[in-house]
Write a protein that binds this ligand. Structure first.
Ligand SMILES: NC(=O)c1ccc[n+]([C@@H]2O[C@H](COP(=O)([O-])OP(=O)(O)OC[C@H]3O[C@@H](n4cnc5c(N)ncnc54)[C@H](OP(=O)(O)O)[C@@H]3O)[C@@H](O)[C@H]2O)c1
Length: 292
């Protein structure tokens, strides 16, 4: 198991300590001042990972294969642009997709729309529509993509099917007083924290607020941006990070605890204001990180 061929060296230092890297099926969490040598070949990378010298320096190696643990992905409120956009990208990556809705026919319509978008890249995409409750029950991991106003009611209806599952909260509470988009967080600080307080038995991750739904819906374009996530469950974050790294051009970034959701949700308002000003669909990319 010792690799002797040429390697590239990756160094984790200072602020990069929490960053995650993906080598084939392996996800590595950086530890300050550690380094890792990898080659292009997946097998060699694996060998490198387990060389004694490297293992000594990397405490955060996950030998699990989170990629294989996620097969079906559900979207609560998946009929909106955010849910459909994420569904498109994860379907391209080969996952089974369930688009959830409060109405079965709207769900089917949205699933057909997603399949039509995907037809130029993947005729065999596995996408179906279902009631939100069925989507929650059928999925290994769920994205909560309803407007903030419907968040708590949705959780009340679905929490029993979601208990123990990873739930990614993409909700950004906003107000539009006088036509100006602004963050409108609940008293606790963020929608993500409120959801986690309300349903602590779900494995919460929050993020992706800074991706443009419009760009997600174009399966052939590389996103070339960061997917910033946060949460208090490190294994759940690793699984979500692994999933995101399957999408071409997306670099998963771990922004720390769930409390960071308040900044990510607020950044949505910032981006909408920027995009209004420049008539663009800009997203957020973090500069200066030597990861991904
Ligand atoms: N769009 C973006 O670019 C973007 C970016 C970052 C974050 N987000 C966040 O992602 C979430 C989804 O965004 P979106 O633009 O896709 O939203 P949306 O179109 O307003 O809503 C998504 C779906 O949620 C369902 N819904 C609407 N009101 C509801 C309620 N009161 N209770 C339960 N379900 C309800 C609807 O589906 P059914 O009627 O079929 O049930 C709707 O199609 C939002 O919270 C938003 O803040 C969006």
């Amino acid at each position: 198991m010792v690799h002797t061929g040429p390697c590239q060296r990756y160094v984790f230092a200072g602020p990069q300590a929490g960053a995650m890297l993906r080598f084939g099926p392996i996800v590595v969490k950086g530890v300050a001042d550690s380094f890792i040598d990898v080659t292009d070949a997946q097998g060699s990378a694996l060998n490198c990972l387990f060389r004694g010298r490297i293992a000594k320096h990397l405490e955060g190696i996950s030998p699990h294969l989170p990629e294989s643990s996620v097969s079906t992905i559900g979207f609560i409120g998946g009929t909106g642009p955010e849910g459909r956009g994420l569904a498109v990208r994860f379907a391209v990556a080969g996952h089974q997709i369930v688009i959830g809705s409060r109405d079965a026919s709207r769900a089917t319509e949205a699933a057909d729309e997603v399949k039509a978008i995907l037809s130029e890249v993947n005729d065999a995409a596995d996408v179906r529509g279902a009631l939100n409750a069925d989507a929650a029950a059928a999925s290994d991991i769920v994205f909560l993509a309803v407007p903030y106003a419907g968040m708590i009611a949705s959780l009340e209806q679905l929490s029993s099917s979601l208990t123990g599952k990873i739930c990614v909260n993409v909700i950004a509470p906003l107000s539009f007083a006088s036509g100006i988009p602004a963050a409108a967080p609940p008293e606790i600080g963020s929608a993500a924290e409120e959801a986690a307080q309300h349903t602590p038995d779900l494995r919460w991750v929050a993020g992706l607020h800074t991706l443009s739904a419009r760009d997600l819906l174009k399966p052939t374009s590389s996103l070339d941006t960061d997917a910033i996530i946060c949460g208090d469950d490190n294994d759940a974050k690793l699984t979500v990070s692994e999933l995101l790294s399957e999408v071409p051009g997306l670099r998963p970034i771990d922004a720390g605890s769930l409390q960071s959701a308040r900044y990510l949700e607020g950044a949505t308002a910032l981006l909408i204001n920027i995009n209004k000003r420049y008539k663009s669909h800009a997203s957020l990319t973090i500069a200066g990180l030597n990861v991904g």
